[in-house]
Design a binder for this molecule. Sequence first.
Ligand SMILES: Nc1ncnc2c1ncn2[C@@H]1O[C@H](COP(=O)(O)OP(=O)(O)OP(=O)(O)O)[C@@H](O)[C@H]1O
Length: 477
Amino acid sequence: MADGVDWQKVAVASAAAQDFSIISGGPGTGKTTTVIKLLALLVQQANFDNQSMTIKLTAPTGKAAARLTESISNAKHSLPVDQSIKDAIPERASTLHRLLGANFGRSEFKFNAQNPLHLDVLLVDEVSMVDLPMMAKLIDALPAHARLILLGDKDQLASVEAGGVLGDLTAGIENLSFSPSWTNYLTDMLDNDFSSYTQSFTKDKWIGQHLTLLRKSYRFDGRSGIGLLASAVNKGSEKQALKTLYNPPDNSIAWHSVELSQESKQMPNEKIDIELLGKGYADYWQGVRSNLSIDLLFSLFSSYQVLCAVRQGELGVESINEGLRQYFYQRGYLNLDQVWEPGKAIMIRRNDTSLGLFNGDIGICMPESPDSNRMRVWFQLSDGSIKGILPSRLSEYELVYAMTVHKSQGSEFDRVVLVLPEKTGPVLTKELLYTGITRAKQHFSLWGSEMVLRHAISNKVIRLSGLQSKIWSNSEQ
Ligand SMILES: Nc1ncnc2c1ncn2[C@@H]1O[C@H](COP(=O)(O)OP(=O)(O)OP(=O)(O)O)[C@@H](O)[C@H]1O
């Protein structure tokens, strides 16, 4: 293997030279930093050739698109390039549904093979959440000359729907091999020796040159509690994960071990401490009482999140949400008689294109104006703007003081609490744990029994789509 390779540079060299590339990396490995430089380079090349270039940014959910909008606009401002180049890079990302022109009441998208999208470069973030049918529709809608760049973390949970496209496409990414011509290209461009990558190259490993794995996290020190725990879980190492939890190297992680009763070995004999979970929202409720702006309330709300691995059961998202609602009532934050009142936070459960809302969008209930009693549910749209909707117009939604790990994909929070279920089960996998842990930027705390935790770490998602075998079947991974 080539030593001292800067994989961010490899990613740029790869995506600049080819129409299709995938950049995978864990949190803080520099996906945005890399891609913003890549976009600047593509614009510069187009300017040089006297061509205009239309770039579009997209992500599977509103939340992920809002994060992409924020991170691209931040990264763009610190780019050391001419303003004209910055101006050609968009800041606003849309959801995939919006990009493809979702039509209310119709299953077909406006943009498709017959009516392709108007763009030259498409950047898709959080690709781990995109399922196979959606990816197929997206590829169909691309014009023939388009350049497609996919970003994501291959180790995260795959989409709940059919087919984990990113996991399948990147299955052999840890052991890449390159064709001799590609090796020469990288060697010339980057001044590193890539010759060891040609050794096991066979023709069917064509995809290797389209993949780059960013390996170094600039956000977490690899030796921090969150970094060590995420890496232990990712490697499936129960021993290292438990060692990190029992003897954390710093105060970025906490472990609330729930002991199992001797008789059943299945039920925790200690209930979860709802008060402790609820206290994490104290700043948010303070903000609600002080009538802070919706922007500020969203930022307070997203600084803390309770996550659950499952929906049902005593430690599932439904009962934890109910427990939190009762706790907020006891604290005087909520009045259980009122359906809609300041501070109630919900998540949309079904796309509603007529309202411009998508499954997973989060809404906060607050008065229409500071001196009004009329409530609206406010949503932060993918472009960063805020939209207020009359509660009576909302149909399928649920409370969101706690959410499932699946729903948390594409979001990050300063502090995360992950509640494991009482019993093991097929949904509890190392990918789910890894996704939950890596949602936390500053502090992660885990509630659950050691037995359930051990099971989760040793349980891998089994992928059912045929894409992986089609691409990698003859390759040694
Ligand atoms: N090569 C680098 N050298 C120093 N700092 C870097 C480098 N690459 C990225 N960073 C810094 O690391 C932090 C995370 O980078 P970035 O936001 O690009 O990562 P990311 O993979 O997009 O993260 P995520 O998707 O998890 O939000 C940023 O503060 C960025 O400035």
